[in-house]
Design a protein around this ligand. Structure first.
Ligand SMILES: Cc1cc2nc3c(=O)[nH]c(=O)nc-3n(C[C@H](O)[C@H](O)[C@H](O)COP(=O)(O)OP(=O)(O)OC[C@H]3O[C@@H](n4cnc5c(N)ncnc54)[C@H](O)[C@@H]3O)c2cc1C
Length: 434
């Protein structure tokens, strides 16, 4: 990795960041014969802190199944209330019948790094600070080893994560966070069955009646093999987010109730990221990708599948725009935003945000009934919903079907309009008109 000296260094595209979004888009852009520089606060080869999960089919269709470190076919959730008798129907699992995987995060990173290297991406290590505009070009000012430097590009891609440095978003009020506290380690007894992956265990028989009135949380858990398990207490979304202390305490309560104690902690995960960010303003000189561009799926919290699927279209649009030597920064950025967030995806995003707003109000029994109904939808429908791979009409059909099949308690919750839901609905209607 080179470090930069002072001065203005011109390039076609400057990508800021070194997380999954930055590497994904840098690789795609460089493979289109563009001059691409990456400016990152850390070494892009540094291990990423997060663990990334994904449905098996999402990587299979892209021919990337080899990037998974673990893969489970025994996948299920629990949407009953739970009881101390394992044979009680309150403990009956909902089987998903779809594979789920965990990326080998080093291999995923390496996959993108090798593509970047092969396509001659220029690496710069430094902290970006601000963007200025000089004629048709953008200049990013950065600090590199205590020196101020300027990197000049025709277009800047901000991939600095959920709280972006450069991308602007409208303020639409409190942002809900997905929060989770997890442990990778060894336990006195298996916290889940051998070879099992549990997407959501909403059983709550370990909580008092009063605690069940508090915001619901669920267990996300998996057998990692050789006696190691990953267990994580998770709040789907809430504003303000559920504190880590509460999640930690709930995790230990849940495990203790099933007679399980943590014997060895190999890694602790403190997870917090925004779920329902508004879309960025498309009229800005910088384009975003990843967390900075609000690409987290507002109903599930997943994003890596979207990065893999959507990077090529964004790179195509940027490459096409740059072919015109006279295209200015504003025009290039507008074309890029249009490719990243076309009207169809904007509408789907608005629908998901609207749906999440409702789920955040649901009581624990409503939420359990909702998910039981959701996973009773045909597999292609719930899978397409969770991966954002349904078309808009298909998504609407899935939501309508859910409404028809749901018990009255859930239907009533879906019909009630409270808080921000009305304004989100208005946004959706507005998007349909535009
Ligand atoms: C704990 C956790 C678990 C998650 N699990 C999953 C999962 O299982 N599956 C899934 O699909 N999604 C998951 N997500 C959601 C999402 O995929 C991740 O948050 C993902 O890391 C976001 O990628 P990103 O590249 O946009 O941002 P980040 O990964 O946050 O990367 C931002 C990069 O920008 C750099 N940077 C920041 N500021 C500057 C600056 N001023 N100058 C230069 N560089 C800068 C940072 O150093 C970093 O390299 C998870 C998120 C968290 C927090």
């Amino acid at each position: 990795m080179s470090s930069v000296s002072s001065g203005v260094m011109p390039t076609d595209v400057l990508v800021v960041g070194a997380g999954p979004a930055a590497l994904a888009i840098a690789a795609e852009l460089a493979e289109r014969q563009l001059a691409v520089a990456v400016l990152a606060a850390t070494d892009p080869r540094d291990p990423w802190p997060n663990t990334y999960g994904i449905w098996g089919d999402e990587v299979d269709v892209l021919g990337l199944g080899h990037l998974l470190e673990h893969r489970w076919s025994h996948t299920c959730s629990y949407f009953g209330p739970g009881s101390s008798d394992p044979a009680d129907p309150a403990n009956t699992p909902t089987r998903h019948g779809r594979d789920y995987g965990l990326f080998d995060k080093a291999r995923l990173q390496q996959y993108w790094l090798e593509r970047c290297e092969a396509a001659s991406v220029q690496w710069h290590r430094g902290m970006a600070q601000q963007l200025t505009l000089e004629g048709g070009r953008s200049q990013v000012h950065a600090v590199v080893a205590a020196d101020s430097v300027v990197i000049e590009a025709r277009l800047v891609v901000d991939a600095t994560g959920h709280q972006p440095l450069l991308v602007r978003r409208p303020d639409e009020g409190p942002v809900a966070g997905q929060a989770a506290y997890g442990v990778v380690g060894r336990f006195s007894a298996p916290p889940v069955e051998t070879g099992q992956f549990v997407l959501m265990d909403y059983r709550s028989d370990h909580l008092s009646e009063a605690e069940r009135q508090e915001p619901p949380t669920f267990l996300y858990a998996m057998d990692l093999g050789e006696g190691r398990f990953f267990v994580e207490e998770t709040s789907l979304a809430l504003a303000p987010a559920v504190p880590f202390e509460v999640l930690k305490q709930r995790l230990h309560r849940r495990l203790a109730h099933r007679g399980v104690a943590v014997e060895e902690v190999q890694h602790e995960e403190f997870c917090l990221f925004p779920m329902n960010l508004p879309l960025p303003d498309p009229q800005q000189r910088v384009v975003g990708f990843g967390g900075s561009a609000s690409m987290v799926h507002p109903a599930s919290g997943y994003m890596v599948g979207s990065l893999l699927r959507r990077a090529p279209a964004l790179a195509d649009a940027i490459a096409a725009g740059l072919k015109d030597p006279n295209a200015g920064g504003e025009e290039l950025a507008a074309q890029a935003w249009q490719a990243l967030w076309p009207a169809e995806l904007q509408r789907r995003h608005a629908l998901y945000r609207f749906g999440l707003e409702k789920l955040m109000r649901f009581s624990e029994p409503q939420l359990r009934a909702h998910f039981r109904t959701f996973f009773a939808l045909p597999q292609w429908q719930w899978y397409g919903f969770l991966t954002n791979t349904l078309s808009l009409p298909q998504l609407v059909m899935a939501m309508l079907r859910l409404f028809v099949l749901a018990p009255w308690a859930v239907r009533w919750g879906l019909m009630e309009q409270q808080g921000r839901e009305f304004s989100l609905l208005q946004q959706l209607i507005q998007l349909r008109r535009d």
